[in-house]
Design a binder for this molecule. Sequence first.
Ligand code: WTA
Length: 653
Amino acid sequence: MNAEAGNDALDNLLTEERTFPPPPELVAQANVTEDTYAQAAADDEAFWAEQAKRLSWAKEPTEVVDWSNAPFAKWYADGELNAAYNCVDRHVEAGNGDRVAFHFEGEPGDQRDITYAQLKDEVSQAANALIELGVQAGDRVAIYLPMIPEAVVAMLACARIGAPHTVVFGGFSADALAARINDCGCEVVITADGGYRRGKPAALKPAVDKALESTPGVRSVIVIRRTGEETPMTEGRDVWWDDIVGRQSTEHTPQAFPAEHPLYVMYTSGSTGKPKGILHTTGGYLVGTAYTHWATFDLKPESDVFWTAADIGWVTGHSYLVYGPLANGATSVMYEGTPDTPHQGRWWEIIDKYGVTILYCAPTAIRTFMKWGHEIPEKYDLSSLRVLGSVGEPINPEAYVWYRHYIGGDRTPVADTWWQTETGMHMISPMPGVADGKPGAAMRAVPGISVEVVNDEGQPVGNGKGGYLVVTKPWPAMLRTLWNEDERYVETYWSRFPGMYFAGDGAKRDDDGDIWLLGRVDDVMNVSGHRMSTTEIESALVSHPKVAEAAVVGATDETTGQAIVAFVILRGEAGDGGPEIVQELRNHVAQEIGAIAKPRSIMVVAELPKTRSGKIMRRLLRDVAENREMGDVTTLQDSSVMDQIKGGMSASS
Ligand code: WTA
């Protein structure tokens, strides 16, 4: 465990004693009450059997969870359903076809309202197009798109025909895209000419063309026209979305699939270099996301306007922009661009314009808004907001209080939701009509979920103490395995504490037993709410011909939570660095992984601190990167190394 970082966080949190009770109007009509917790605790299987009724099943499940082959779970295994039918058709059949599914707001200011009826037509057309291209149930489709409605349509079209999708964040590089396509064995790619970012068109298709030089399995590429920029098309492989989707019938009869049919694979960084393909399946995932979207945000689908301000390329976009909200028949906002284009009030303008009632975003965004100043949101009418959510990293009490005060007008509960790509759904969060919010606390497990904070031996630490966060029982939206890597699945999540899911996060229970998250305990960084692996970035650096060795650490950063700081040893012939090499290496990382993985700083050093067994002591490098007094150096093979590094640091800063 990263003891120093954990203790700093603890000290701050221990002084935090404010609480905010929920408003009485919300309590009076709350979806979740204290009774819900009691019911779920009395019989969690019965609770999850009940939640399955939120969906329309072609064949109702009689089983709930099958844990006989743990840690490989099955949920609702004898049930059958179609995910797209649940997200779209059934709302139309229930007479809600005119309800807006998405208020889409493009960055340049274009807008489009898409009703459930329109969504049904478009998803059916796209499903028919995929079928025309020969895509069958079980085939994988890669989606590499900006935040445009077609991204949702593409995901649902895949789900409709039982073809698992793997959405790759548009900010990832060609190399990262190729690696994911190959690992997942995708045959078709859905992309766009580009999207709008910071007021300018940003091309996507060239990255696809480059990626496809090394992905022999891909036969077709569907290209959506978004920016209208000149885009090269490869004859026989590439087709325009407008051509192939536009001419299809709007009729498509969805087929039911077994509950455990794969829905999607989402790649995420682990503590080794190779990204992990998290596999989610259909029934349990939809039950889990539909339930938590309704419970955590106190959703009233008829009247709420919900906005997850996250990209579809991350799990938050999957669970709370697509599957959860659509399964619930909710109305959502979808915004393409950055928060400061064309001005720093863009988000608040959008909330004002659409009457957004629930906003869900990451602390890093909140901290950025704090920096820009509260005068900006104050210019807009935000009185429609009634619940706020936070996701992706620990929310510091200052950001929580600012968010609640300046955005929520001191009315809104703040749901600090802890979960992961792997968990698929919220696992720990205050329920807005129940808990007195504590700034910085994720509070307690969602009804029906069992978590614990344990010590090194796997024993509960009890109140007032910190340790490792684990999940002690299977849950509906849990990952089923890592794509093609069953052993790694068992090893990564289920071997540290046998019988328990090890999340990789440190946590603490306060004197009331409420849970506070303390950050990762492994080599995973959290930069602006995005998971980044130190090893993956180290591998990228070492793949540069001038680099002999590299060590990467996450240093505390006021805005992004953590920032990537790299230490590199150059090869003899590369000289001693200089500003050019640093720039060259930053660009190299962007090319290997994506611009989001560019180190904030790179320091050229002569040696790295290593233990006698040769393990890099990242803890000490973190001390340097954060300008802290250095921790214990006695286990270093050569303790003078740190003096050299520190000397170099002050010389270069
Ligand atoms: C961190 C994002 C503290 C945590 C949904 C976790 C959080 C990782 C919170 C998963 C939170 C997420 N408080 N930390 N409310 N939410 N995290 O897979 O370290 O991108 O393990 O999923 O983000 O990141 P992922």
